[in-house]
Ligand binder design. Structure first.
Ligand code: PRP
Ligand code: URA
Length: 205
């Protein structure tokens, strides 16, 4: 399954400012909100609905409401920059957390936190802005599946081909949604052209 990449012109506009090294954390957080909202809508385009009668001021019609609750699982810490638009947009969304941190030398992710709501009956979106080697995403997807999630997708802002290949190999059933598909990784496993360290830019560290 090929990744779905945002096509909206606003995504290109927002990404350009996110990539700009002169963008300061306050604007970086606003831009993260904006592109995450576009991604939230794209990644939920196929959500099931059920019929529900509704009385308008003039007549009764058959409306439709969301059939299944949603859960999002941001990968700490940078994934927190994508949470708010999901909370603002979707009713009854549950939030779980998986804490992973890449080692600066090996780029291998170490788990340091995990707190998940019941996931069995929910559409689960694992969210993390950067899909680089794919190690963090593959690990987090394994964690939510082990906790009972059966309908899972992965949502990121920038993806590298290397990361996509790793996630697709480990989790062929998981659709990937990305704001942009970048060229490759550098020797330190950062995405090129990328936008640098997302967590550091989000929180000014
Ligand atoms: C970043 C990013 C992903 C991970 C991607 O987090 O937010 O979680 O790297 O890299 P990978 O695909 O090679 O695993 P980082 O480990 O820097 O931690 P942070 O969110 O605390 O900044
Ligand atoms: N994590 C980031 O924040 N940026 C990258 O380019 C790779 C991993």
């Amino acid at each position: 399954m090929s990744p779905t990449v945002l096509q909206h012109p606003l995504a290109l506009h927002v990404l350009t400012h996110l990539r700009d090294k002169s963008t300061k954390p306050a604007l970086f957080r606003t831009l993260s909100y904006q592109i995450s909202l576009l991604l939230a809508l794209e990644a939920t385009r196929d959500l099931a609905t059920v019929a529900k009668p509704v009385e308008t001021p003039l007549e009764t019609i058959t409306g439709h409401v969301l059939a299944k609750p949603l859960a999002i699982v941001p990968i700490l810490r940078a994934g927190l920059g994508m949470v708010q638009p999901f909370l603002d947009t979707f009713p009854d969304v549950s939030v779980g957390y998986v804490g992973l941190e890449r080692d600066h030398t090996t780029a291998v992710a170490r788990s340091y936190y995990c707190k998940l709501p019941p996931l069995e009956e929910k559409r689960v979106l694992v969210i993390d802005p950067m899909l680089a080697t794919g190690g963090s995403a593959a690990q987090a997807l394994g964690v939510v599946k082990a906790a009972g999630a059966t309908e899972v997708c992965f949502v990121c802002i920038v993806a590298a081909p290397e990361g996509i290949a790793v996630v697709q190999a480990a989790h062929p059933d998981v659709p990937i949604f990305a704001g942009a598909l970048d060229r490759s990784l550098n020797a330190k496993k950062y995405i090129l052209p990328g936008l640098g360290d997302f967590g550091d830019r989000l929180y000014g560290t």
